[in-house]
Design a protein around this ligand. Structure first.
Ligand code: HEM
Length: 350
């Protein structure tokens, strides 16, 4: 699904433009599960991505366009009292990551994307492993997989409507899901960054840190760039591939750094609703520095076969009750299964 025609046809209907963009990134089909109000299966979800974006063998079914990165995470030890995970002990852990844009089309134009993403696999010297996939928006448009199914069905109608005029599906969705307006407003207030290097990336969902005595603290995390945020320039909106090119140019000057910051929830803060941010006065702890030293094409780079499953967590980090997490884990596994099989068939000449 190309987002550019959608933007043009949608014209002044900014709500539809921005939601249409994220819907492109998280598209489901009209799966039976969604229609019946039950959890959609991973198969239905991934079939849905293919229905919206077309089938692109060997590529991720969402966030298909991206680049592999490598480097390390240098923990300063500040989170060690809160979590027994080895990654938070002071010292360095290896990182293989991926920077991407949403959507299932690997040839999508960068200029049409208003959300950037960063996925990390962090492996400690002791072998503990933490995977996280983050977006440049701190909230998500919907709070449940069922609502996501509805939104994506609506976005599909809106996409079809680019050909036939009007967007009744998305208008109807916005009426029944007013929570999605928060995400829409956030995108309007925060133009996308001019590069991969100068965006912040957020866990969106809440997680729990578990200390050595078994005490749990609800948290969210983000990485804040050392590079100064600048908004996308007008000329970039017409540029298909500036993100990877810009990152390669930036890395020629030296490593790119982000500070990892953990936000501590207070009792009563909701942990099962990714459409809501916590109040701004919550305690924030800088827990270390993410350093990206190198980028490589995803086609044969070290991130190619990794599934950045948000539930692949080390001892000391646990999931929250956010219902998006299980749906994501299942869908990422199904997408991974399909693309790795396709690679194998291609390699075998079948
Ligand atoms: C129920 C909600 C969601 C579903 C069904 C979903 C689905 C998917 C799928 C199928 C992939 C491709 C996985 C692969 O082939 O390895 C993917 C990638 C990704 N998703 Fe989601 N997603 C959801 C929510 C989110 C949220 C809330 C975030 C932000 C925190 C997010 C961030 C990402 C990122 C960064 C990637 C790219 C990972 C990589 O580089 O391999 N997703 N998503």
């Amino acid at each position: 699904m190309s987002r550019l025609p959608f933007r043009i046809v949608a014209g002044g209907a900014l709500t539809v433009v921005t939601l249409g963009s994220i819907a492109g990134a998280y598209a489901y089909s009209h799966g039976l599960g969604g229609l019946l109000g039950t959890q959609p299966s991973a198969n239905q979800i991934v079939d849905g991505f293919e229905a919206v974006s077309g089938k692109h063998p060997g590529f991720r079914r969402n966030h298909a366009k991206g680049v592999c990165v490598t480097g390390y995470f240098d923990s300063n030890g500040n989170a060690a009292p809160l979590s027994r995970a080895g990654v938070f002990a002071a010292g360095k852990s290896q990182v293989v990551g991926r920077l991407s844009i949403g959507g299932g089309n690997p040839a999508q134009a960068d200029g049409a994307s208003n959300v950037r993403s960063l996925a990390l696999r962090i492996v400690t010297p002791g072998g503990g492993e933490w995977r996280t996939a983050m977006n440049s928006a701190p909230i998500f448009p919907v709070r449940s997989p069922e609502a996501l199914v509805e939104m994506l069905a609506a976005s599909r109608q809106a996409h079809d409507a680019t050909t036939y005029g009007g967007n009744p599906g998305m208008d109807a969705f916005m009426k029944t899901h007013p929570e999605a307006a928060r995400f829409d407003q956030w995108l309007r207030d925060h133009p996308p960054s001019s590069g991969f290097d100068n965006a912040a990336y957020y866990s969106v969902s809440a997680f729990r840190l578990i200390d050595r005595d078994g005490h749990a603290q609800d948290v969210r995390w983000r990485v804040e760039p050392d590079d100064t945020y600048t908004p996308l320039a007008d000329a970039q909106t017409h540029d298909t591939d500036f993100l990877e090119r810009g990152l390669a140019e930036r890395l020629r000057q030296g490593p790119v750094r982000w500070h990892m910051v953990i936000t501590l929830a207070q009792p009563g803060d909701v942990t099962n609703d990714a459409t809501r941010q916590w109040p701004a006065n919550r305690t924030q702890i800088d827990v270390g520095t993410l350093v990206v030293q190198r980028e490589e094409p995803q086609i044969d780079g070290p991130c190619r076969d990794i599934s950045f499953d948000p539930l692949k967590l080390p001892d000391g980090i646990a999931p929250s009750d956010d219902p998006l997490l299980k749906a994501r884990s299942a869908a990422y596994a199904e997408s991974h299964e399909r693309r790795v099989h396709e690679e194998q068939r291609y390699a075998a000449g079948k």
